[in-house]
Design a protein around this ligand. Sequence first.
Ligand code: ATP
Ligand code: MG
Length: 376
Amino acid sequence: MSELYIGLMSGTSLDAVDAVAVSIDSNNITLISSHQEIIPHQLRQHILGICTGQATNLHDIGVIDHKLGLLYAATVTALLKKASLESKQIRAIGNHGQTVFHHPAGQSRFTIQLGDANLIAARTGIDTVADFRRMDMAVGGQGAPLAPAFHQFVFSKQDVTTVILNIGGIANLTLLPKTGPVIGFDTGPGNVLMDSWCEKHTGNQYDKDAHMAKQGQVNTGLLNELMSDPFLAKIPPKSTGREYFNLNWLESQLSKHHIPLDVQRTLCEFTALSISQHLQTLSDQPEIELLVCGGGANNPLLMNLIRQYLPTWRVLRTADRGVPGDDMEAMAFAWLAHRRIHNQPSNLPSVTGASREVSLGVLYQAPAACNNGSLD
Ligand SMILES: Nc1ncnc2c1ncn2[C@@H]1O[C@H](COP(=O)(O)OP(=O)(O)OP(=O)(O)O)[C@@H](O)[C@H]1O
Ligand SMILES: [Mg+2]
């Protein structure tokens, strides 16, 4: 029997909250409607500050947690309206939350996603599943990436070896071999460095259609320096975030006399090369299909460079195989909520390094008074 779910994703790029309504049964997921809610400028700047090590305090973290909870609830309300759905029709919301720190290595391993799910459940009247990453970490995993299990659910019926590449703030890939376990990990920066540099020099949140990068030249010395970062050579399982790959990381490697346009061009080259080198390690099979999703799939220079680095690969977008690239991650969290509601495992130990399969996410039940479908 199919049920309706809502998925909410606000990723590293902090460009928007992506929301989808989907219908799910044990074999299929169907996209019904999607909506993107812009993150208000002041809230975005506040979050960016705490993500990159700016001094903060518990009051600020509490305020962000609260404001994001309200924003996510408002996003669901807007989506329901757009899709002409009522809250009582939705079985549950899967809410990723906003990662502000991801620290999967060392003695005290933790990951923090903000956005109070109690508020979402109370304001929408819909059961809400959140905190998806920490149970995987509790059983020894990285808590990331989580999308590979969903990629397997959607794309494992393909008759060729398939790789899904999500270019969000951070880039992550999933290899779906015809036999054997799924492989998946973060490859390093997706859009995060290009976005940060562009915003610093132009005030624009991202380099639309690589307009800025196209005016610069690759700085080979800088490219080599960036490529020598130890994260790139690390053996999976591995995951990373903005707390590591950020402007401070970049600026510590820049010479005094750098040219901003050349740095932007070099960052695009670096992003494409680091992704492509990881892809090349995956498989030497001639018949392989690469499906790209995430906002980076809309960057023409980045996509051309990846095609140049992988001349024998068939490079498509996930949209060519039925899943719009900008909705993929939100769909993944709707599906993860479905797995939680039905108490089914949803991490892939072969990907995250967890010691066993577990069902991810914590259920925040909608208070009874709200279960009549009222939104406020
Ligand atoms: N036309 C475009 N040209 C260049 N870059 C683009 C374009 N459209 C989108 N992008 C990039 O995509 C980014 C948003 O991508 P996306 O929403 O997938 O990332 P995210 O929010 O970090 O997601 P996640 O963490 O879930 O992977 C923007 O910040 C921008 O860098
Ligand atoms: Mg986004």
